[in-house]
Structures are given as structure tokens and as C-alpha cells.
Design a protein around this ligand. Structure first.
Ligand SMILES: Cc1cc2nc3c(=O)[nH]c(=O)nc-3n(C[C@H](O)[C@H](O)[C@H](O)COP(=O)(O)OP(=O)(O)OC[C@H]3O[C@@H](n4cnc5c(N)ncnc54)[C@H](O)[C@@H]3O)c2cc1C
Ligand SMILES: NC(=O)c1ccc[n+]([C@@H]2O[C@H](COP(=O)([O-])OP(=O)(O)OC[C@H]3O[C@@H](n4cnc5c(N)ncnc54)[C@H](OP(=O)(O)O)[C@@H]3O)[C@@H](O)[C@H]2O)c1
Length: 442
């Protein structure tokens, strides 16, 4: 009998899980339930528009969705349009792959005056749930955190609108970026340069813009023995440190926009009022043990008019499923979801960022999915009662849920490519949810 599997979440983790399932020796039929009218999760709504090569991964993911054993049911929100107990009637196993969409909090006074990186990313990546306008009138901006998301945010804030126009951004994003008045983006690391989490390639890329220069400030740029030991065991950190060391203290060449990198400065407070931010206050740190830092009591006030938190994403709890609030993941053992007593819940699995937290590249979700699928196939036997794909279709049709299928996505995809062709670009994204659905339905 064909094994029926539901995957909740059409990001890379969910789609790789579907791929691995279809390549197994077991006869499977997989439905991918996705909240948005378009698949691909953060590949479409996280990866920066000026990283088109990475977005090409969509082509491989699309081939999985085109497989005869796989169906895309987009526009279906788990917890709203369907609940877990209903899925268990239709499927022998459920894999949750809902990723992460929210920003982590900083926990400092004035935080409510700041923007979350995830919100800004969603705006420039034309996420259908995000408004069309974004305030970009701050001459000086602070970005907190030194991961790749912080670099994406700093780069998009620093580049000109015209530099971004070669990408897939729709008109409202271009217009927002084109009227931006930001000249200086200050990026703050709470630790020293050996612990920056950037990828070396992404860091070096900052140097390639004709309009942006990177200024690495020498204050706090300290590399002690502990830091040297850290980079000795971490190739990426070593490459990043080498690039930063080449850049530290170099003379500015006078490009119109600047990204400043500040090390060993921890944010302590954001000052301002309902009219906006006036100041970011930071405290100089010094290293303690194992790469940690402590405050020195030396504070600096930075004259900035906007603050972005790029200190990590956070997954959200799902109705009816256990959730570890501290780690913000669904508790699991190798992808087998665990109940409050630590026992596996039959037929329930998890993969991707909601399984192990919001770190790692798209490629990492593949190995993740392999582990989860291995356990699923070892545990699962056909038990669902309403096994036909038509049973699922009837369920959503009866409740008026507008399901977008792979054919609908193909039509939207072709439409976006055609919009791009008209402007000499590879694609122009459609951001409006109703428009996405309308185009998909032809
Ligand atoms: C800003 C940013 C830029 C990045 N850039 C890169 C990069 O350049 N290169 C790289 O390798 N990695 C990059 N990453 C990392 C990469 O995006 C992640 O590793 C990967 O997307 C995680 O995959 P996932 O499927 O677990 O989650 P996601 O990609 O978040 O996918 C989860 C999916 O589940 C859906 N979903 C959520 N809730 C529900 C629900 N209730 N019902 C139904 N569906 C639901 C979501 O809509 C989404 O489509 C980036 C991450 C971020 C945040
Ligand atoms: N182009 C790409 O390949 C690309 C692009 C975007 C994202 N990604 C990937 O997506 C994942 C998520 O990226 P991310 O940037 O969100 O997370 P990340 O790599 O974990 O970086 C988070 C940053 O926030 C800092 N931070 C956390 N809490 C803080 C606090 N209270 N005060 C000050 N700083 C704080 C961290 O500093 P500490 O180290 O001191 O904790 C770190 O510098 C990563 O694996 C990343 O590589 C990849």
C-alpha cells in the first residue's frame, strides 16, 4: 500500500524531505501543505534579491515539486485551515517543516523602537504578508549582530536603489530603496572579530559595490590567545578574520555610502520617542572564558536614527504540537517529535529550522531531512483512514480553502519571468497575495 505523508511547510527542508521520500524504496505519495500561495520558504522570502545565484536553488526544488508522487497544496495554513488530528485521518505520517519567520528579541530598553531584520527582509523580498512601504529616511542606521542576515540588511541599506534594480524586486521595493537617504550603516558585534559569524564570501562581497565602502574600526578589534585558538579550529572564522585584518584601519576612499564594522560593543539601550530613534547606547566588552564577553562599564552613544536587530530568527509554536519555548524548536529526537514526557509521538516528525533552530544554510536542511525521513520510514505503517488524495481535496473544498497547486505556481512563475523579461531582468516578483492567486489561476 502506498504510504501517505503530509509535509507542513514548503521551504527547502520540507521539499528536500519530499525528495528523499520519493527516492526511497517505499511507495510514497506526498502532499506539501504551504501557508503562502508560493513555495520555497526563505529561499524566496529570505535570501537577498542581489544573491540570484543562491535563488537558483529554486530550480532544483521545483523539480521535486514536479514529481508525480508529490503534490503542492499552497495557501493552506496548518492550525487555521487544518489541524493535526485531521491530518492523521488522511496521512500515515506528518512532517512539520515550518521554519522560522520571527525575530529574536534583544531584551534591552527601547527595543520596541527598533526594526526586526526579519520584517525588513520580508519587505525587500516582497513577502505577501508585509506592507508595501518601509521607512528609509534615517541618514545613520545601526545594525546589531554580525551574522549573514546582518550583512544582508547592512548591504541592502547601503546600496543604492539602482544597484538593486537588476534583481527581482518589485516596483514598490525599488521606489522605497531609491528614495532612501541612508549614508552610514553601523554594524555592531558584541564580541571580537574572531567570532563574527559572517561567511567569508559574503563579507568580501561588501567590497564590490561602487557606492559602498567598508570601514573596520580599530577600537575593540582585539584578537587574544583564546580568539586565535578559536580561528585555528574554524576555517570560516579564520578567513573572515584575515579579511577583516586586511581592512582594519584602512583609509576611506570616499564612496558615498559606508558600512562601519564595530567590534566588542554590546547594545544596552535604544533611546528615542514615538517620533523615532535618536541614539543607540553600547557598552565596550572584554573577553572572559570560552569566547564569552563581559561589560567594561564604558558606554558610547551613537547618533543613529534607526536600529535593526539582526540577532537571529525564531520559530513559532504550532497549535496542538509540543514546543520548547527556550530553544524555540519542536522537541525531537533525530526528527521524531517528543511529547512532554520525552516519548516519541507516533506519526509525527519534524525537519529544518523548526527541528534544530534557525542556523545553517539551505544545503544543511538536506542532511536534516535525510535523518528525519530515515526515522519516518523505520517507524511508519499505513494507518490513515481516508487515504485518497481526493479525500484531502474534498476536505479543503468543503471549507472554502483556496488551494494553489504546482500548476498554479508554474503559471505565477512564468508570469514573473515575463514581467522580468520586459525590463531586462530575470524576474520581477508579484507581492500581492490576491494577485499571486489570481495569476496562478490564469
Ligand atoms: C534573511 C535570510 C537569508 C538567508 N540567505 C541564505 C543564503 O543566501 N544561502 C543559504 O544557503 N541560506 C540562507 N539562509 C538560510 C536558509 O534560508 C535556511 O537554512 C532555510 O530556508 C531553512 O529552511 P526551512 O525549510 O527549515 O524553513 P523556511 O525556509 O522558513 O520554510 C518554512 C516554510 O513553512 C511555511 N509555513 C510556516 N508556518 C506554516 C503553517 N502554519 N502552515 C503551513 N506552512 C507554514 C512557511 O511559509 C515557509 O514556506 C538565509 C536565511 C535568512 C533568514
Ligand atoms: N548568504 C548566506 O549564506 C546567508 C545569508 C543569511 C543567512 N544565512 C544563514 O542563516 C542563518 C541565520 O543567520 P543570522 O544572521 O540570523 O544568525 P547568526 O549567524 O546566528 O548571527 C546572529 C548574530 O547576532 C548576534 N547576537 C545574538 N544575540 C545578541 C545580543 N543579545 N546582542 C548582540 N548581538 C547578538 C550574534 O552574536 P554572538 O555570536 O556573540 O552570539 C551573531 O553575531 C545562519 O546560519 C546564516 O549563515 C546565510
Amino acid at each position: 500500500m502506498t504510504l501517505r505523508v503530509a509535509i507542513v511547510g514548503g521551504g527547502p527542508a520540507g521539499i528536500y524531505a519530499a525528495d528523499i521520500l520519493t527516492k526511497s524504496e517505499v511507495d510514497v505519495s506526498v502532499d506539501i501543505l504551504e501557508r503562502l500561495p508560493a513555495p520555497f520558504g526563505l529561499v524566496r522570502y529570505g535570501v537577498a534579491p542581489d544573491h540570484p545565484r543562491i535563488k537558483e536553488i529554486v530550480k532544483a526544488l521545483q523539480r521535486v515539486l514536479a514529481k508525480p508522487q508529490v503534490r503542492l497544496l499552497a495557501g493552506v495554513e496548518f492550525g487555521v485551515d487544518v489541524k493535526l488530528e485531521v491530518l492523521h485521518d488522511f496521512y500515515d505520517a506528518v512532517i512539520v517543516a515550518t521554519g522560522a519567520m520571527a525575530d529574536r528579541d534583544l531584551g534591552i530598553p527601547g527595543e520596541e523602537l527598533s526594526h526586526g531584520a526579519a520584517d525588513f527582509v520580508s519587505w525587500y523580498d516582497a513577502h505577501p504578508d508585509v506592507g508595501r512601504s518601509w521607512p528609509l529616511d534615517a541618514p545613520s542606521v545601526a545594525v546589531i549582530g554580525v551574522g549573514n542576515v546582518a550583512l544582508d540588511v547592512a548591504r541592502v541599506l547601503a546600496k543604492t536603489g539602482d544597484e538593486m534594480l537588476v534583481t527581482d524586486i518589485p516596483a514598490h521595493v525599488y521606489e522605497g530603496l531609491a528614495t532612501k537617504t541612508t549614508t552610514d550603516v553601523h554594524v555592531f558585534a558584541r564580541r571580537g572579530p574572531a567570532y563574527a559569524k559572517f561567511s567569508p564570501l559574503e563579507l568580501r562581497e561588501l567590497n564590490h559595490s561602487p557606492n559602498v565602502e567598508v570601514i573596520v574600526h580599530p577600537e575593540g578589534f582585539d584578537v587574544d590567545e583564546q580568539a586565535m585558538a578559536h580561528v585555528a579550529s574554524n576555517k570560516q572564522a579564520k578567513m573572515v578574520l584575515s579579511t577583516l585584518s586586511n581592512w582594519v584601519g584602512r583609509e576611506p576612499v570616499g564612496k558615498p555610502h559606508r558600512i562601519h564594522l564595530h567590534f566588542a560593543e554590546a547594545p544596552t539601550e535604544i533611546l528615542g520617542d514615538e517620533t523615532g530613534v535618536t541614539t543607540l547606547r553600547t557598552e565596550r566588552t572584554r573577553p572572559t572564558d570560552h569566547g564569552a564577553v563581559e561589560g567594561t562599564g564604558v558606554h558610547t552613544d551613537w547618533d543613529v536614527q534607526a536600529v535593526y536587530r539582526a540577532v537571529g530568527y525564531r520559530s513559532s509554536a504550532l497549535p496542538g504540537l509540543p514546543f520548547d519555548e527556550r530553544a524555540a524548536v519542536i522537541p525531537n529526537d533525530g526528527g521524531r517529535v517528543l511529547d512532554l514526557d520525552g516519548q516519541p509521538i507516533p506519526g509525527l516528525f519534524v525537519t529544518g529550522w523548526i527541528k534544530r533552530g534557525p542556523v545553517g544554510l539551505i544545503g544543511h536542511t538536506k542532511s536534516d531531512a535525510a535523518e528525519t525521513v530515515e526515522h519516518l520510514l523505520a517507524d511508519t505503517r499505513p494507518i490513515a483512514t481516508d487515504r485518497e488524495p481526493a479525500d484531502v481535496d474534498a476536505y479543503f473544498a468543503e471549507r472554502g480553502v483556496q488551494v494553489s497547486t504546482f500548476e498554479h505556481w508554474e503559471r505565477l512563475d512564468a508570469h514573473e519571468v515575463a514581467l522580468g523579461e520586459a525590463e531586462g531582468r530575470a524576474r520581477v516578483k508579484v507581492a500581492d497575495r490576491a494577485e499571486m492567486i489570481r495569476v496562478g489561476r490564469g
